[in-house]
Design a protein around this ligand. Structure first.
Ligand SMILES: [Zn+2]
Length: 62
């Protein structure tokens, strides 16, 4: 099983070599919490952590 990583830039969680969304290879495998954002415009948590797109994100990077 591939290890989950979180993109340093957009905080998306992915298991590939680099972030498939912003193509940044800087990632952290040390993150806390996961949030699946379904409706970023209507999600308080997404708003709090600054996420504006749908997807699986890390709540906090370390
Ligand atoms: Zn990214």
């Amino acid at each position: 099983m591939a290890k989950e990583k979180a993109c340093k830039k957009c905080r998306r969680i992915f298991e590939t070599a680099k972030c498939p969304f912003c193509e940044v290879s800087e990632s952290v495998d040390n993150f806390r919490g996961k949030i699946y954002v379904l409706d970023p415009e209507d999600s308080e948590i997404a708003d709090q952590i600054g996420i504006k797109e749908k997807g699986l994100f890390a709540v906090r990077l370390r």
